[in-house]
Each structure stands twice: as C-alpha cells, then as structure tokens.
Design a protein around this ligand. Structure first.
Ligand code: PMP
Length: 296
C-alpha cells in the first residue's frame, strides 16, 4: 500500500506515509469508531486522470460521520482537491483512494469535539479478481440496523465483513453473501448484489445494506440500456433460481458469479445483462464512448 516515498494527506498537510503517526489511545482503534470511503480514479479515454463520482463519495463520507455523531468540518471540494493532489504527488492514475475520518485520543464513550482525516491512495487491481466467483451463503448475518447505523460506512462494521470473507475462503469459496437479520439477502462483505431472472434485474432495497454508489451507477446504466430493475427483498432460495448474478462495488466494479452454494447459474456470463453492465461500467468510469475500449 505504501513505500518509503508515499505521500498521504493528513489533516491539511501532505506528509510521508512512513513518517506519519496516529494516537494509540483513540476510540477509532479500540472501538472501530471511524468512518471511511473507497473511491477509484481512472485514466480516462482523453488521457486525463479522473476520480469517479468523487462528490458522491465525499458526501457519503460526511453522512457516515454525521450518522456516528462525529464532528465533520470538510467541504467535498476541499477533499477532492486534496485527493487529486495526492494522486499527482504519488504519480497515480488508476488508483484506489481511501479516506478515513477518525477520533482523537479518548478512551471513553463520550463525544469528541474534533475529528481527523487521512487520505491515502495506491494502485489496486479488482478487489474480487476478474474470474467468475463461487459464492457461499455466510453463516454471519449483516449487522442489525437497530444496533448499528448500517447506512454509514463505519469501520467497526467491517469486523463482520472480515469474518464473513474469511469463512468463505476457509471453505474454499471466493466470497460470501450475507443475509440481513430477517434472513433476506443483504449484500457481500464489500459489495452489493444483483440477480437476473427472465430479462429483469433484482436487488435488495436500502435499509439493511450499504447504499452503494456502484449500485446506483448500475441502476443508471439499466435505465440507459432499458433493463428493468426491481428493488425488493428476496431469499437465498430465490437467488438460487436466478439465471445469473453479480456483485458490484467501487473496488470490485461489476463481477459475475459462477455459482452460489451448490448451484451453478445456467446463463453463460457472456450472454447476461450483468456482462453488458460490466462493459458499460468500464466505459462510464473511463469516459470511453460506447463500443470503444474495452481495455481489461
Ligand atoms: N456493501 C458494502 C458492505 C461495502 O463495503 C461496499 C463497498 N463500499 C459496497 C456495498 C459497495 O459500495 P460502493 O459501490 O459505494 O463502493
């Protein structure tokens, strides 16, 4: 993620990652009380480096912080500018960008009157790889929205993601799918889920999931492609009857599934709506014209 000369943005300054410090006596490290974002930049067709949906990500960072009662005093434009600056200082084009808002020294559960911010960036391939995924139903459910602010991208929630992902890998699968507290399909550890049945897409509604920015982009693409999408609750049994399925997220982009538990999906990925969306997504983030590209 970083080397000796990597520069990060830390509370208004551009500093060497290797020399940056943080406090060991804060709520963020001990209690997972922090919020973060995962953003990508792309070298676009014109050669320029562009952060995809930068405003949306920094707006969600703010909403996540406010949901956790963290003081937040940054404007999206100021953080976007800082992000472009670290991309430039680190000579990055296709980058994964990780802002984290964290708490000052405080071992109590009391509110803080200050928050800190760090923004790092590094080159990163597709989070779930490029091969079709073998996915399993996790024995872990997503955090109960009555116990967490599930719509916030809060660091502590990711203990759940790590457990689910580790379990799936230990059982020989590529990734986990988690249900919500009522047993309906929710999302992956770090991605939202869609399935295709009879020419239509289905995805869980917001409420028990992270409202993904890629999920929103997929729905925008569906509008363009005239693909009907329905947001509604469904079970893992219904998902097993699907023609195909895919995960989507900033880090994973759009990635198809080969199988789910014991079921292999009948449709060939090449012929699915998911595949068309995967290509349209690549075009969109790289600002390539339709039919141009497709650089894998
Ligand atoms: N769900 C979870 C739990 C995630 O961590 C992510 C990744 N941020 C997503 C969904 C997808 O969100 P986005 O498309 O905004 O990256």
């Amino acid at each position: 993620y970083y080397h000796n000369n990597t520069i990060i943005y830390l509370n208004g300054a551009y500093v060497k990652a290797a020399e940056a410090t943080t406090d060991f006596f804060g709520q963020s490290l001990h209690y997972g009380y922090a919020v973060f974002e995962g953003i990508r930049s792309y070298q676009t067709a014109s050669g320029e480096t562009k952060i995809f949906k930068a405003t949306e990500h920094y707006e969600r960072l703010k909403q996540s912080a406010l949901a956790l009662n963290m003081p937040y005093h940054w404007e999206p434009d100021e953080l976007i500018e800082a992000t472009y600056e670290i991309l430039s200082q680190n000579n990055l084009q296709n980058a994964y960008i990780r802002p984290v808002v964290y708490a000052p020294a405080n071992m109590s559960f009391n509110p803080n009157n200050e928050s800190y911010i760090m923004i790092a960036a590094w080159e990163m391939g597709l989070f779930l790889g490029e091969k079709l995924l073998r996915v399993m139903t996790s024995s872990f459910q997503r955090p109960n929205p009555k116990g967490f602010r599930i719509e916030a991208k809060a660091s502590g929630h990711y203990v759940n993601s790590i457990l689910a992902s580790q379990e799936a890998k230990a059982k020989g699968f590529d990734e986990a799918l988690l249900t919500d507290m009522n047993g309906y399909v929710a999302e992956g550890p770090g991605a939202n889920v869609f399935f295709e049945k009879n020419g239509k897409l289905y995805t869980p509604p917001t409420g028990n999931i992270l409202p993904g920015i890629t999920r929103a982009t997929v729905m925008e693409i569906c509008k363009e492609l005239n693909v009907p999408v329905e947001e509604r609750l469904f079970t893992t049994d219904e998902l097993k009857q699907a023609d195909s399925a895919f995960f989507c997220g900033t880090a994973a982009e759009v990635i198809g599934w080969q199988s789910f538990d014991e079921v292999t999906f009948p449709a060939k990925w090449e012929n699915t709506i998911g595949r068309s969306i995967q290509q349209a997504y690549k075009n969109r983030v790289t600002e390539a014209a339709k039919g141009e590209l497709i650089k894998k």
